[in-house]
Ligand binder design. Structure first.
Ligand code: IVH
Length: 671
């Protein structure tokens, strides 16, 4: 490419990327898949890397790049950033509307309505269409210069789109963290054992106030505009909604919920509709903001102290409240997870009385330092189970008690284990524990386990609910009469089920082990165990050390297996199953070359939907070799999301690359 063509291509790529950002963030209507967007970005990055003289500060590749700061500089707002008056009831809304109508001497006012986003206010300064500064609100007159951080937020354009924008344009709006991003961030933080953020607003504020823009860039922040500051032109329109439309046309996201409503009734209806919609939005809102839509009317109304007379925030009831922890009990879930639940002194949060809050797991109890007797903040967000946000250590009574994980399951009495490095404690009563009964039986009957045809989830639920089946072994003593007495069960289906049960008795050791539903023991591990130990007795007698000798069985899996067979209840159920006639042929290790993937070498790379070890074990059980680096000897590279150099090497060497779905197809076809 000659210089001119190169420059033209770079310009073209930047325009395309900016346009697709606009489709994605502003219109919420992307035109191309992410992979295509990534390809454009990569091409631009490559051209810029080869020709650094072409890099401009507003190139979409230059969002992250600034060095960490020592401190934030102060920014003076030429037009102050105001706050809003609040209304907490319909009555207070009526007062607001009446005041506005009186001052304007009109009967009815047109308002623009939009959600009150729960994030932090920001002022974005564009000069000649380029983003030159981002500043926090601070005290309204002086804020902090967070330009480098703001530049990392994808929803904020570095250059305005279109033409005709004023030379100076300050756009005001809210930076916030979408709920999903917040959950993921907290999960990441939790896994690292660090302190989680109490809510998306704190997470957004903490993320924006980072001296190192790289940290901000790694946080899922977004932005909606809801106003403006300094302008180099007299006005951008006659109404608030009209100006926001213009701002949107410059490529800045504006809430898609923005609507113009008429009079008090219009406001009340919008508020009711938004209260309904609130939980389904993918970001948190704490109310609705109503603004007089006509800008000339706004001007006539003016300001009182630091808030405009022409706007009001109708707030939702508070989502947080203070209460005390009366006790902490432990619940056992369907999969055996033991979860601490705080019993609280009942308190109203956001219009609902709350008396329980989940604590997730013991790590969380320790991190939040919850004691029985503590005074705590509880929070209820949407439909989710209330959570303890934090304790007030200064209010801890002297007789406060520590929370201790019980040694035995509160439901079935089996041991509870919490393997080193795992956050979740579990009941080991698998087959026996009533809390896990239904799930254990559904799993036992499933196609890849005992393959009991016709024994679907609904039927399992009926059998358990009617007390006919307490553990999987009971399935084999069901009579035709018992089955026929069930809902929607005729003689024919009852007989079919009995036949299926009889057929399932002939199985393999690997399937039987898998059917037991031992934690962390999937199909691949079951096969490896069957192969390694040959008999059930040998496996039952293996201690953790012996188990860890098996390829791909680490300490966590070994602990789960040993704990499972240590429970007398589980052994009883196994004995009953064998007594019912379940049997399998002796396991003979297949000659290596008979295994379907014998002689094939795989490399796994990128982010896959399951732990790599699990896939590795599955492949090894089928005779494949799994190595860490790509060479000419590699037969297949399995590439997940964001695969990097290994994928590139495989492509260069012409090795077959499979995505996860293709791998699954391959596995499904050979088993
Ligand atoms: S308008 C002059 N609109 O609420 C009016 N503010 O309590 C300036 N906020 O500092 C604000 N969503 O951070 C407006 N749609 C919205 C908003 C909104 C959230 C925040 C903003 C402001 C605070 C005032």
């Amino acid at each position: 490419m000659n210089d001119q063509a190169l420059e033209a291509r770079v310009r073209d790529l930047r325009e395309q990327i900016d346009y697709h950002n606009y489709r994605y963030y502003v219109l919420d209507d992307p035109e191309i898949p992410d992979s295509e967007y990534d390809r454009l970005m990569r091409e631009l990055q490559e051209l810029e890397a080869a020709h650094p003289e072409l890099i401009t500060p507003d190139s979409p590749t230059q969002r992250v790049g600034a060095q960490p700061l020592k401190e934030f500089k102060e920014v003076r707002h030429a037009v102050p950033m105001l706050s809003l008056g609040n209304a907490f009831s319909d009555g207070e809304m009526a007062d607001f509307d009446e005041r506005v109508r009186k001052l304007l001497k009109v009967d009815q006012v047109e308002y623009s309505a939009e959600p009150k986003l729960d994030g932090l206010a920001i002022s974005l300064r564009y000069e000649k269409g380029r983003l030159v500064q981002g500043a926090t609100r601070g005290d309204g007159h002086r804020g902090e210069d967070v330009t480098s951080n703001v530049r990392t937020i994808g929803a904020i354009p570095l250059r305005l789109l279109g033409k005709g924008w004023p030379e100076i344009l300050e756009v005001r709006g809210e930076i916030f963290m979408p709920k999903k991003g917040f959950e993921e961030l907290n999960e990441r933080v939790r896994r690292k054992g660090e302190k989680t953020f109490a809510n998306p607003r704190n997470a957004a504020a903490g993320s924006l106030r980072q001296l190192d823009p790289k940290i901000t860039a790694s946080r899922p922040l977004s932005f909606y505009a809801y106003g403006w500051g300094e302008l180099s032109v007299e006005k951008l329109g006659d109404s608030y909604s009209g100006v926001m439309e213009v701002i949107r046309s410059y490529g800045l996201p504006v809430s898609p919920e923005l609507k113009v409503v008429s009079g008090l009734q219009g406001c009340l209806d919008y508020f009711a509709a938004m209260s309904e919609k609130r939980d389904s939005l993918d970001y948190e809102i704490d109310g609705v903001v109503f603004k007089v839509n006509d800008l000339e009317q706004q001007q006539r109304l003016g300001y009182v102290s630091r808030a405009p007379r022409w706007a009001i925030a109708r707030k939702f009831p508070a989502q947080e409240a203070l209460t005390t922890v009366r006790d902490v009990e432990f619940q056992v879930g369907r999969t055996g997870a033991v979860t601490p639940v705080a019993r609280l002194a009942p308190v109203e949060v956001g219009g609902v009385v709350v008396s329980n809050a989940t604590l997730h797991n013991m790590d969380e109890v320790r991190r939040k330092d919850v004691h029985i007797g503590d005074t705590v903040y509880v929070r209820r967000a949407g439909d989710v189970i209330p959570e303890i946000v934090r304790v007030l250590p200064e209010r801890r009574p002297r007789d406060a008690r520590e929370v201790v994980l019980p040694k035995h399951c509160p439901v079935c009495g089996s041991d509870i284990i919490k393997p080193e490095g795992e956050a979740v404690a579990r009941c080991t009563g698998g087959l026996f524990c009533p809390a896990q009964r239904k799930e254990a039986i559904k799993h036992f009957a499933s196609r890849r386990a005992m393959d009991i045809e016709g024994l679907g989830d609904k039927l399992v639920e009926q059998l358990v609910d009617q007390g006919l089946v307490h553990d999987p072994a009971d399935l084999y003593s069901l009579s035709k009469e018992q089955l026929m007495a069930l809902e929607r069960m005729g003689e024919k289906s009852a007989q079919n089920l009995l036949d299926a049960l009889a057929r399932s008795k002939e199985t393999t050791l690997a399937r039987f082990l898998y059917a037991l539903g031992i934690r962390e023991v999937g199909e691949a591990t079951s096969q490896i165990l069957a192969q390694h130990f040959g008999t059930l007795e040998a496996l039952e007698q293996a201690d953790e050390e012996a188990l860890q000798q098996v390829p791909d069985i680490g300490p966590v899996v070994a602990a789960h297996i040993a704990a499972f067979f240590r429970q007398p209840h589980n052994r009883e159920v196994i004995d009953k199953l064998l007594a019912a006639g379940i049997h399998w042929p002796r396991v003979e290790a297949p000659a290596a070359e008979e295994q379907p993937l014998a002689g094939k070498t795989f490399v796994l790379t990128g982010t896959l939907s399951r732990p790599r070890n699990e896939i590795k074990a599955e492949l090894q059980a089928l005779g494949a070799k799994v190595t860490g680096s790509v060479s000419k000897k590699t037969d297949y590279v399995v590439a997940g999301e964001a695969a990097g150099s290994k994928l590139a090497k495989a492509e260069a060497l012409g090795i077959t690359v499979l995505d996860e779905e293709q791998l699954n197809n391959l596995l499904a076809n050979i088993q």
